[in-house]
Ligand binder design. Structure first.
Ligand code: PEP
Length: 254
């Protein structure tokens, strides 16, 4: 039995005022969802302390959008998993396609981030997914398998007992082009089948979120799919009403 998870990824957005309003507005939907679905927001590092103060005592969890492979030292500008944990983060997104693309993060480096997060008490949310050209060339699973294999090689298949996978087709992120529920379900099932070649138990238990222009309109059908366990939500997570409707869709399908 997998508990659905709805996670916001705020990316490089927010002000002190908007963060305060958003977190305050999400506490009640998160509390109401408890027991049926989990809700989390991943914030820019500079806001994480604020989110901790605002969300503490509610069922709204929070996390980071990335984390470094080091815990401390001369790594200017980075965020240590130990520090993120100290500020109450439950989750750390690793390998988001924007990091893979703009920061040239390869799968082996992402796997090290995943490992550092997990070793320091964070639950890594490993993003995987193909570009539009790769989708058109039917290379989706080649790409996704390579991204998963890097983690399996470094951390072992059992590490997915304490991790989340987010399938995010790059062509759907921020474009308004959501993968159809059928396309998304097929990839999620293929991911589970791939993991099952290493461990059926892990394949059955790991939560696989869908991400890519998931919104209040598309979430109900996406979340109704057998292998979709919630969503990683960018743009629509910045609006309390939209995100609350997505949470409600996860609860309805729990
Ligand atoms: C994301 O960046 O993780 C994402 C899914 O973005 P959007 O929902 O805006 O497509």
């Amino acid at each position: 039995m997998r508990t659905p998870l709805v996670m916001g990824n705020w990316k490089l957005n927010g002000t002190k005022d908007s963060v305060t309003a958003l977190v305050n507005a999400l506490k009640e939907p998160a509390n109401n969802a408890a027991g049926k679905a989990e809700v989390a927001v991943c914030a820019p590092a500079v806001f994480i302390g604020m989110v901790e103060n605002l969300a503490q005592g509610s069922k709204l969890a929070w996390g980071s959008e990335d984390c470094d492979i080091h815990t401390s030292g001369a790594y200017t500008g980075e965020n240590s998993p130990v520090m993120l944990r100290e500020f109450g983060c439950t989750y750390a997104i690793v390998g988001h396609s924007e990091r893979r693309e703009y920061h040239k993060e390869c799968s082996n480096y992402v796997a090290q981030k995943y490992q550092a997060a997990q070793q320091n008490g964070l639950i890594p949310v490993l993003c995987v997914g193909e570009s539009e050209a790769e989708f058109d060339a039917s290379k989706t699973m080649d790409v996704v398998r390579e991204e998963l294999k890097a983690v399996i090689d470094l951390c072992g298949i059992d590490s997915f007992k304490n991790a989340v996978i987010a399938y995010e087709p790059i062509w759907a992120i921020g474009t308004g082009k959501t993968a159809t529920p059928e396309i998304a379900q097929k990839v999620h099932a293929d991911i589970r089948a791939y993991l099952a070649t290493f461990s059926q138990e892990v394949a059955d238990g790991v939560r696989i979120l869908y991400g890519g222009s998931c919104n209040a309109k598309t979430a109900p059908e996406l979340f109704a799919q057998k292998d979709i366990d919630g969503g990683l939500v960018g743009g629509a997570s910045l609006k309390a009403d939209d995100f609350s409707a997505i949470i409600a869709a996860a609860v309805a399908n729990a």
